[in-house]
Ligand binder design. Structure first.
Ligand code: CDT
Length: 307
């Protein structure tokens, strides 16, 4: 067996006025708790360093850019990396990334995987950006990810990283990505054994409020199906609770490759849940019912990629 202990470090609401330094201090507390419970990795939510700013419309680019990180680690996030290195714990972190590529500025909704030596080993930029581009005043709050971010340009990667004594294959996704089966399949095709998925999910969905009561159900439905159909562990990490008058879903969880829920948060505050995850259990699925080489029929799936 290849057992790795993992923590889902849910964050409660982050106030608009809360500084990076304050949030990082909360994360360090959770990281220390994770270490004390034997974790090799601890995972934080999407856009973990700030409030979920796409809920506000602004045309002031400087105001928008203030939510973004220009370096990782930067002066305010360095303590998180230093603590990880000191404790010997890896982590997954979501943040807004302001990148310079070929002299052009880009805005991405990004996550990184940091190994237990404090080294960034993987980067992912969110592909499925939900919401809308223009101001829609009829909504109780905005969801302007399509305005403030560009679609990620790195695809869905897979990284071999130290996991306890041996290496594991890790993947990343962000929030709305988890609703799309293609996300998990592209990770599964690369042999991913554990995927980290941070999220900020408002309970109220303005275009179809009839679904508000289903947010928790849909959250788990998609991640449990993705885990099972691809034989991988999934760690789903929420930013939860009432954040600036917007209720965000909690229920951060760790899901086994069988699709079973093995740990789940029960508050909408800063909370850590952990589980011992045997990466070899992925084989129960990957070698059998979801043995892709034996049973998958990609020739008949062309419509999926051609349209
Ligand atoms: N952050 C994020 O992707 N949230 C979306 C909200 C629903 S679509 C407006 C989600 O899929 O949870």
């Amino acid at each position: 067996s290849r057992k790795i202990t993992v923590g889902a470090a849910q964050l409660g609401p982050i106030a608009r006025t809360e500084s990076r330094r304050q949030v990082v201090a909360r994360m360090i507390d959770l990281m220390r708790e994770a270490k004390s419970r034997g974790c090799h990795y601890v995972a934080f939510p999407e856009l973990a360093l700030t409030t979920f700013f796409p809920r506000w419309y602004t045309e002031n680019q400087a105001e928008i850019d203030a939510w973004f990180e220009t370096e990782m680690p930067g002066p305010e996030t360095l303590p998180l990396f230093e603590e990880a290195r000191k404790l010997g714990i890896g982590f997954y972190l979501g943040y807004a990334e302001l990148a310079q590529e070929d002299g052009v500025t880009h805005h991405y909704n990004t996550s990184i995987l940091v190994d237990p030596t404090g080294t960034i080993v993987g980067k992912y930029r969110k592909v499925h950006l939900p919401g809308h581009r223009e101001h829609e005043p009829w909504r109780a709050f905005q969801h302007l990810e399509k305005r403030y971010f560009e679609r990620g340009n790195l695809g869905f990667g897979a990284w071999r990283a130290q996991a306890a004594a041996e290496k594991g294959i890790f993947g990343m996704a962000l929030c709305n990505d988890r609703r799309w089966p293609e996300t998990y399949r592209v990770l599964g095709l690369q042999g991913v054994e554990m995927a980290f998925i941070g999220y900020n999910t408002p309970i109220h969905y303005p275009p179809v409020p009839e679904h508000d009561h289903l947010q928790g159900f849909h959250n788990h439905l998609v991640m449990q199906a993705g885990a099972y159909q691809n034989g991988m562990w999934i760690v789903g990490i929420a930013k939860a609770g009432k954040e600036e008058d917007c209720d965000l879903l909690g229920q951060s969880c760790i899901i086994a490759p069988t699709g079973e829920m093995v740990a789940m948060c029960s508050t909408v505050e800063d909370e850590l849940v952990t589980s011992v995850c045997d990466l070899d259990r992925c084989r129960e699925l990957k070698d059998n019912v979801f043995n892709f080489g034996l049973h998958r029929e990609p020739e008949t799936y062309r419509l999926i990629v051609d349209t």
